[in-house]
Design a protein around this ligand. Structure first.
Ligand code: 26W
Length: 820
């Protein structure tokens, strides 16, 4: 049995301090007398890392010893954020650390704030993977994450003259949270040819030979659960030149440059995270990253399985692999290749094992995000894999033809190979065919994929193969860590911190909706969080915002489908309305701060123009003496996980306003409500389920329903579509030069006016501004507003990622927690 002390943090502050001092003096080789905040961060991290490692080793030993089924979560993105604060909380030692650091002369917030975010992801998909790791460890599931160790994470965003400028994010200068495993390496092959040969039994076998080799090196990151010794492993692969590839001949003969060039070419594979979100650009290096990571991970998984000397048909009883979107789809092909080419299994037996092992999660229906790779590229890079893809497709199409002999068109529609010019491999179809379960991430989204992109596959495979697992978020980071005072208040009313492990316990808060002192504390905490954000805005942008104003927040990747343009057009409408009022009338208006944040993909020109417009509007509005505190427009630079932890708890109202049917789920909507903010949103993604849980009286819904979107688009293209008159006034103001050079914004305006308004900005404009008016009115009644916030939080239990992971475990992975 493990004693609590063995896996948890420190018995007392003295023990923690001793460890910090020891690390300062030995590991860092510094004197405690010139220990600055950076050294204190390093030493604190090393002290906590030592504790993490104990639980981690035991967890791994126990998983090996019991040889139980493991879940492998393959994700090209893990948006982890900071680790120290999280380690302190999950190990239950934040108080001790706070006191210890205070005695050493530091404030814990300053020390925690020294850490560079681990930003190996773009947005929702990457952060979801990070929340899942937290839940899998907390629930004691034997789980591994597999990803890439990018040298550069998502770029840092700077705003210069209102424009986004990208700066590289080199984050590995000091990273105590990873353990290089120079002894865990896999050689990965690219290019080359396939030769047919006979094995000793006269069977024809394929031999993939030639080409080049790149070595994958494992870096392990311990991921602790909350209030449990379980600490799972996140294994990230880094690329380096294979030892044989570094040409010593060249090196010795003085051709130093080209031998270094080979090395650099190999290291390029894991050098940088692609910054596109929901856009597939089909770059060769991207599919190289995908195969490199997938092949290394599968080699590792198979190696671990083979240690137990079981027969191959037991593989799916020991191994579940979840594909986080289509990015790791080549894993399906790679496992089939290993089983038939390396292990000598027959096709059908191998394919049974493969399809029983994989599950595939779809995260988007946007057509431009669906991955397709040219057949010629795959042929060149992975010649054996292309053969296997063709065979998978052949056997699949044969079975379809047998079942639907009368339907000639279905074969063309469902073929994994799109017969276009050039031919393309449709990765989502390959993922569907190669998995036993396919899920969407919110109810509407799961319905949509079954009736649109995967409709034929539902007919072919039956409904049972398709399911929904509504996303969730970890309450440890997104409530306890981000909003400690609210967490403490909730604990005081719900019987301690149990709610962090069973979020449905929040429902006990409903009993206190009318409790005066509770309500007062609730309001004070929200106000304090807003004051903190206001100070941050003052210090970074030198704009004074009134913390008593309504804070209206939209923070997420900048994308036309998420409709930040609708938001800023609405803000301009508000500004014009205020300007047209008499001073007496203005005094009656609800003061607002409109806060934006988010990165645009570097090549997404329209998204960058949206950022530019927001900044230009801020430049005008924030200076206008007629307006004062009534309206401020703020663009927060470099939105990331640690900024989210500060921004979300300070929100009164947040915007989740995607065109209906486009946002698969959204997860920040859940974070905002859990932190006592209300939502303005469309009937899209998880907004719908949030409404069902918290009650429609507690959410501001507006806009077109997803079932009406297609018809409206059709009308835009083929019929009349007069632009909304209030929106037209906004356009006139922009084009009149009110917010800088009007030509800069021509494309944004003409997307709505002349190019079919694909995202329905004009259609939804009036209901959007009407709904904001309702928000103003309701915010004026603070008592009622606070009641809505409390009731909403009380009903958010469903959106814990613990619930979500339990659903995957039961319905898809068939895996049980490992008792501790
Ligand atoms: C190939 C380029 C590319 C890169 C990333 C295509 C697609 C992606 C992701 C799938 C985009 C993404 O992050 N999707 C988001 O996933 C979240 C978690 O399920 C959802 O909450 C968001 O609604 C969805 O946009």
């Amino acid at each position: 049995a493990w004693t609590k002390h063995e896996f948890s943090g420190f018995q007392n502050k003295e023990e923690f301090e001793r460890e910090v001092v020891r690390h300062v003096e030995t590991t860092l080789a510094r004197s405690i007398y010139n220990c600055d905040e950076s050294a204190a961060y390093s030493a604190s991290s090393l002290a906590f890392r030592d504790r993490l490692v104990q639980g981690w080793n035991k967890t791994q030993q126990r998983q090996t010893f019991t040889d139980s089924k493991r879940i492998y979560y393959l994700s090209l993105e893990f948006l982890m954020g900071r680790a120290l604060d999280n380690a302190m909380l999950n190990l239950g030692a934040k108080e001790v650390a706070k006191e210890g650091l205070a005695e050493l002369g530091f404030r814990i917030e300053d020390i925690v704030g020294q850490e560079h975010d681990a930003a190996l992801g773009n947005g929702g998909l990457g952060r979801l993977a990070a929340c899942f790791l937290d839940s899998m460890a907390t629930l004691n599931y034997p789980a591994w994450g597999y990803g890439l160790r990018y040298r550069y994470g998502i770029f840092k965003q700077e705003i210069i003259d209102g424009y986004q400028v990208e700066v590289p994010d080199y984050w590995l200068d000091f990273n105590p949270w990873e353990f290089p495993r120079h002894d865990v390496t896999v050689d990965i092959q690219f290019y080359g040819q396939v030769r047919k040969s006979q094995d000793e039994n006269g069977k024809t076998v394929a031999i993939w030979e030639g080409g080049e080799t790149v070595t994958a090196v494992a870096y392990d990151v311990p991921t602790p659960g909350y209030d449990t010794p379980s600490t799972n492993n996140l294994r990230l692969w880094s690329s380096k030149a294979a030892s044989g590839e570094f040409d010593f001949q060249k090196f010795n003969s003085g051709d130093y440059e080209s031998s270094v060039a080979d090395q650099q070419r190999a290291e390029t594979i894991s050098a940088v995270l692609y910054p596109n979100d929901n856009l597939d650009r089909g770059k060769e290096l991207r599919i190289k990253q995908q195969y490199f990571w997938v092949a290394a991970s599968l080699y590792d998984i198979v190696r671990r399985f083979k240690k137990s000397k079981r027969s191959w048909n037991e593989f799916p009883d020991q191994v579940a692999i979840q594909l986080n979107d289509t990015h790791p789809t080549l894993a399906i092909v790679e496992l089939q290749r290993i089983l038939i080419d390396v292990e000598g299994l027959e096709w059908d037996e191998a394919w049974n094992i493969v399809t029983s092992t994989f599950g595939y999660t779809n995260h988007t229906v946007l057509p431009e995000a669906l991955e397709k790779w040219p057949v010629g590229l795959i042929q060149h890079l992975l010649p054996r894999h292309l053969q296997i893809i063709y065979d998978i497709n052949l056997f699949f199409l044969q079975s379809v033809e047998k079942r639907f002999p009368e339907d000639r068109d279905i074969l063309r529609r469902v073929s994994i190979i799109e017969e276009s010019q050039p031919k393309m491999v449709r990765m989502a179809y390959l993922a569907v065919v190669g998995s036993h379960k396919v899920n969407g991430v919110a109810e509407l989204h799961s319905d949509l994929i079954q009736t649109t992109i995967f409709k034929d596959f539902v007919t072919i495979f039956g409904e049972d193969k398709f399911t929904n697992v509504t996303n969730g978020i970890t309450p440890r980071r997104w409530l306890h860590q981000a909003n400690p005072r609210l967490s403490e208040l909730i604990a005081s009313k719900t019987g301690g911190y149990e709610f962090l492990k069973d979020l449905t316990l929040l429902n006990k808060l409903e009993l206190f909706v009318d409790d005066k002192t509770f309500r007062k504390e609730w309001a004070e905490i929200k106000f304090a969080n807003k004051v903190r954000l206001a100070k941050y805005i003052k210090s970074t942008l030198n704009v004074n915002v009134n913390p008593a104003a309504l804070f209206d927040v939209q923070v997420k990747r900048i994308h036309e489908y998420k409709r930040q343009q609708l938001n800023i057009f609405g803000v301009i409408h508000r500004y014009l309305t205020l300007k047209a009022m008499s001073p007496e009338e203005r005094k009656k208006q609800q003061p607002r701060v409109s806060i934006f944040g988010g990165k645009a993909a570097p090549g997404y020109w329209m998204a960058k123009q949206i950022i530019h417009l927001i900044n230009n509007v801020g430049g005008v509005v924030n200076q206008d003496p007629d307006i004062g505190d009534l309206l401020k427009v703020i663009f927060l630079e470099d939105y990331n996980v640690s900024k989210a932890e500060m921004i979300i708890p300070a929100s009164d109202l947040s915007e989740h306003i995607s065109t209906a049917g486009t946002e698969a789920s959204g997860t920040s909507n859940m974070k905002f409500v859990l932190n006592g903010g209300l939502i303005i949103g469309t009937c899209d993604g998880a907004n719908i389920e949030i409404t069902r849980e918290i009650g429609q009286e507690n959410i501001f819904l507006f806009g077109t329903l997803s079932e009406d979107v297609e018809d409206l688009r059709h009308m835009h293209t083929y019929g009349e579509h007069p632009i909304d008159p209030n929106l037209a006034k906004v356009f006139d103001a922009i084009q009149g030069g009110m917010f800088g050079e009007p030509n800069d914004f021509n494309a944004m305006i003409s997307a709505v006016r002349d190019h079919g308004d694909y995202y329905l900005v004009s259609d939804d404009f009036q209901s959007y501004i009407d709904t904001h008016k309702m928000v103003d009115t309701e915010y004026q009644n603070q008592e009622e507003w606070i009641s809505k916030c409390i009731r909403s939080v009380a009903r958010m239990g469903f959106f814990s990622s613990d619930r979500c992971i339990n659903e995957y475990a039961e319905g898809i992975w068939n895996i049980e927690p490992l008792a501790v």
